[in-house]
Ligand binder design. Structure first.
Ligand code: NI
Length: 301
């Protein structure tokens, strides 16, 4: 079980993003075809020292018990870059915490790369169990399935950005990054009159140059269910059991696979029975009183 950001390494402020070589991940691309992409970054937090990969950059990261540093607002977009719509500071106070008990354990289920084949089933089981979750959607899939995006928003799910076409943002120019962001915002505005307030970079790949440009809090995860790899509900459930989720975890799934939907249909009632409140990432960070800032990276709460 790989943990994106180890919650045991309190105080770690350095994030090393190493795109692992040789591993390939097939993702459902926009346009119906399967595209093969490099597997997401193997990320390690380090208590000190320098990132041990020449392609990696130091980014600001918030982990449990560590207050995020200030000064990384997303206002550093160069004049020649396309402006994004989310230029204002992140507003924790506007997050709806109705029905959430901050004293009780909570987890944030997150779904990347959709909307897609599993989205409808996942939404159904979440709704049936009074659960909320966060969907980091690709702008190109929002354009493909605008009705699904609207359904998620209308059901009170958090719909956030995962870029437009799933590139590694750290390989793009500032102008190209801004375009990925603004095209996704436009797609969500069109589909559901919705403005995302958080972003998960594809592959979890982020560096200082990109994070300083983004007018969003950057959300990674600390539990990876490996659903993109196994494509098997039993294996996904086994990964979750091995990870033994606890209060404040952000758990990574993908809603483009029916196997993930099948696993979620089993897991959501289990989490409920275990006493977890299933909330959005925005709700979890707000409920735990974390001072959320644009341009800062969060892996858990
Ligand atoms: Ni992705």
């Amino acid at each position: 079980m790989k943990k994106k950001c180890s919650r045991k390494k309190i105080g770690a402020v350095l994030l090393s993003v190493m795109l692992s070589l040789g591993l390939a991940l097939a993702l459902a691309g926009c346009g119906g075809e399967e595209t093969v992409q490099t597997q997401q970054g193997n990320v390690a937090t380090q208590a000190n020292g320098v990132a041990n990969d020449p392609t990696a950059s130091v980014v600001q990261i918030h982990t449990k018990g560590v207050k995020p540093k200030k000064g990384h607002r997303g206002d550093a977009v160069p004049a020649d870059a396309e402006q994004t719509a989310a230029q204002t500071p992140y507003d924790n106070a506007s997050v709806d915490l109705t029905g959430i008990d901050p004293e009780k354990p909570m987890i944030a289920l997150t779904f990347d790369d959709g909307p897609g084949e599993g989205t409808e089933r996942i939404l159904q089981v979440l709704t049936d169990n009074g659960a909320k979750a966060t969907f980091f959607e690709l702008g190109c899939n929002v354009e493909k399935y605008p009705d699904l995006t609207k359904k998620l928003v209308d059901a009170g799910m958090q719909v956030a950005s995962h870029s437009y076409s799933h590139p590694d943002l750290t390989t793009l120019s500032k102008k190209e990054v801004a375009k990925e962001i603004s095209k996704t915002e436009n797609a969500m505005a069109q589909a559901a009159d919705h403005q995302p307030t958080m972003l998960r970079p594809p592959y979890g790949a982020i560096n200082e140059s990109v994070s300083s440009q983004l007018a969003y809090p950057i959300i990674l995860w600390d539990v990876d269910t490996q659903d993109w790899s196994s494509r098997n509900a039993d294996a996904i459930c086994a990964e979750v059991e091995a990870a033994d989720p606890s209060d404040g975890d952000i758990i990574l799934f993908h809603d483009i696979y029916t196997s993930s939907a099948e696993a979620i249909e089993r897991l959501v009632p289990q989490f409920k029975q275990q006493g977890f409140q299933m909330v959005t990432v925005a709700q979890m960070l707000a409920a735990k009183g974390i001072d959320v800032q644009n341009g800062t990276t969060y892996c858990n709460a």
